[in-house]
Write a protein that binds this ligand. Structure first.
Ligand SMILES: [Mn+2]
Length: 423
């Protein structure tokens, strides 16, 4: 962790410049204070697998000072949260991060001011010592024994989550087929549904089940939960505790994700988000690095749709990053991702929704675009920085991460040659 006096000094050096930049937003102090509070409340969960340097199927170039166990991963998330005050949750992946002593893990999280967001199960890889293989799928599998193994794994993940105080389970299945004729689509769906029903029945009453979809990869002909329609179908058949989870990188090129979000929200079936960015497929690039306008348009639908339903922006959906980066320091990358999310959220909050509705009513297309782009082209970084400052975070997290030589410190005190578990 960084000594708090470092952060204070860092902020003092930048205080004057920051005040000049944030001053114009203070014109309407009531609106300003409301915006700052919404930004302060908004927390984005960090996935435990994003703290090491990710790889591709061609290779992996591990960084130095990677976390070697769950405790070190939590230490990294705590550091992010200390810098930006918006990363107060961690999302665990089982079996990459099995807590050996859940009570101790939970106590450590409390000390760091972190909570456990959604638990993630894994039936897309075979683990050492595992009885049956998932080569031909898990919940969709033609073998009852393999389906049983996959269901039991999910039940186990729920139990582990309960011990940590988590409130949701994300199920992403790699199930599908690579070649025409390999799979009976209807039967694969029905077997998957039966498995999900058993998992759903084991949920504690205050838990949510997120059904995550993905258009392709690792299967390249069909995916059994391949798009939002299929996910919604599962969620509707499962019941009120089941929701669709949208991962921004899991669509076919040019999909209108903002429209998907709007309709899922309308149906009360949007459960949560996996943020990342992409150019070609499931690239898992830094949020906002390729298409920040799309992110803003998605947040427009989120804010408008949540307000329409009287939802709490911070609490009523699950917000999480899902990324895996090859060439950046993972902590710098995550700081950039969280910042991009906060910026898109802040810009969406600035949209004049009344004027936009009027423009839509009167088919004033030009005006509608002007209203959206007025908000998008506003530099809201001072607002996001002010929210961080009020929470005790750093005005410029990446600058402080570098000047305090955080990574160098981790390289010195962590075991050499460690490769963090993850993708
Ligand atoms: Mn995901």
């Amino acid at each position: 962790m960084i000594d708090q006096s470092h952060i204070t000094k860092h902020n003092e050096e930048r205080a004057h410049q920051h005040e000049l930049r944030v001053a114009p937003f203070r014109d309407n102090i009531i609106v300003f204070e409301k915006l700052i509070q919404l930004l302060r409340d908004f927390q984005v969960a960090i996935p435990s697998w994003a703290l090491g340097t990710g790889g591709t199927r061609f290779g992996r170039f591990s960084g130095k000072g990677e976390p070697g166990n769950l405790e070190e991963k939590m230490e990294d998330v705590a550091l992010l949260h200390q810098l930006n005050r918006s990363s107060g949750a961690i999302s665990l992946h089982i079996p990459w991060d099995i807590p050996e002593d859940p009570a101790a893990t939970r106590a450590l999280a409390e000390r760091y001011g972190l909570r456990f967001d959604a638990m993630n199960s894994n039936t897309f890889q075979d683990q050492p010592g595992q009885e049956h293989s998932y080569k031909f799928g898990s919940l969709q599998h033609t073998s009852k024994a393999i389906r049983r193994q996959a269901i039991n794994h999910n039940l186990d993940v729920i139990r582990q989550g309960v011990a940590l105080g988590s409130k949701s389970l994300t199920v992403w299945l790699s199930d599908g087929s690579c070649f025409p004729g390999q799979l009976n689509f209807r039967e694969a769906f029905q077997r998957t549904l039966a498995g999900l029903q058993e998992i759903y029945a084991a949920l504690p009453p205050d838990w949510k089940l997120f059904v995550e979809y993905k258009a392709f990869e690792p299967n390249f002909y069909s995916m059994t939960v391949g798009d939002w329609g299929q996910s919604l179908l599962f969620a509707q058949k499962l019941g009120p505790q089941a929701y669709t989870l949208v991962d921004l990188g899991h669509h076919l090129a040019n999909a209108n994700i903002e429209q998907i979000v709007a309709l899922l929200l309308m149906e009360g079936k949007l459960g949560g988000f996996h943020f990342n960015d992409s150019k070609y497929g499931d690239d898992d690039l830094t949020v906002g690095s390729i298409n920040p306008y799309q992110l803003f348009l998605i947040f427009n639908e989120l804010v408008e749709g949540m307000d329409e339903r009287g939802m709490n922006h911070a609490r009523d959906l699950g917000w999480m990053i899902d990324a895996s980066h090859n060439v950046k320091d993972p902590l710098e990358d995550l700081l950039q991702s969280v910042e991009a999310i906060m910026i898109a959220y802040a810009q969406a909050l600035l949209i004049d929704q009344v004027a936009l509705k009027e423009a839509q009513q009167s088919n004033d297309v030009t005006r509608a675009q002007e209203i959206l782009q007025d908000a998008f082209r506003t530099d809201v970084r001072p607002l996001v920085a002010e929210a961080r400052l009020r929470g005790g975070g750093a005005l410029d997290p990446i600058a402080l991460f570098r000047s305090a030589a955080v990574r160098e410190g981790k390289i010195n005190h962590r075991k050499r040659g460690v490769v963090a578990t993850g993708l």
